[in-house]
Design a protein around this ligand. Structure first.
Ligand code: SAH
Length: 226
């Protein structure tokens, strides 16, 4: 999988994506990226990439001529995504779809300021994608969220492979059950007996019940969505 990342802060990559399982996958060639500096396509020697909004109002907008030149420099763009609070919210289901093709190419446009000129979105048939209902100061963290969530469900990335990801919150249609590891007794708190029993049927039932209860209590919307 390859990501072309268009940003005015290319030094932010790989950032957190260089650590842990996703970092190892980067070293192993499971994914790769090019961080393209939008400022290289600035309209002047000051490196300007933004301008005032037509119609007035506070805040600057990224210029379509600059972004167009930056996008045209990408030889193989694949699907172009602009991170924006206006897009549909990224879900684990969508992550699975984005990650299904191990050879996919995505071009990720990281906004800054108030965002980008609408015409760019139309001209390149760009998909908008939000990572949640809050406002970030830039799309770079959203791009990292997108890459991290896609790469970690790809084959040969996690120890334990598809078993590990299949058990997770959202993958099981709800939230994960409580997790425990050694020591079995800690500060007077014991691990639930059933988990030490070795009885797989009972363990599975207990986990399912816990997952259902927690989901019902914390995220009833996930149940309705099913
Ligand atoms: N004026 C915009 C917010 C701009 S925030 C609005 O009201 O919708 C600056 C940039 O951060 C955006 O261009 C976008 O690329 C990124 N960004 C902010 N919040 C985001 C979110 N929830 N999901 C994805 N990207 C986001």
């Amino acid at each position: 999988m390859h990501f072309n990342i268009l940003t005015i802060f290319p030094e932010l990559f790989p950032g957190t994506l260089g650590a842990g399982v996703v970092g190892r996958a980067l070293n192993n060639g499971i994914w790769s990226y090019d961080a393209i500096n939008i400022r290289d396509f600035a309209i002047n020697n000051y490196g300007s990439v933004d301008d005032e909004q037509f119609g007035g109002g506070a805040g600057m907008v990224m210029r379509p001529d600059v972004l167009g030149a930056a996008l045209d420099s990408v030889k193989k763009p694949g699907r172009i995504i602009y991170f924006s609070p206006r897009g549909p919210r990224l879900t684990q289901h969508m992550v699975r779809e984005f990650a299904a093709d191990a050879g996919a190419v995505y071009t990720l446009l990281c906004g800054r300021y108030e965002g980008i000129d609408q015409r760019v979105i139309e001209e390149y048939d760009i998909m908008e994608l939000s990572i949640g209902d809050y406002i970030l100061s830039g799309g770079e963290i959203a791009a990292e969220v997108f890459i991290d969530s896609c790469v970690r469900v790809m084959d040969n990335v996690l120890h334990g492979g598809s078993d590990t990801t299949a058990n997770e919150s959202f993958e099981i249609g709800g939230l994960e059950w409580p997790l425990y590891t050694r020591p079995s007794a800690w500060r007077g708190r014991n691990v639930p007996e059933v988990l030490l029993s070795g009885h797989h049927g009972n363990i599975e039932r207990w986990r399912k019940q816990q997952s259902d209860d927690i989901t019902k209590e914390r995220r009833p919307d996930l149940i309705k969505e099913k």
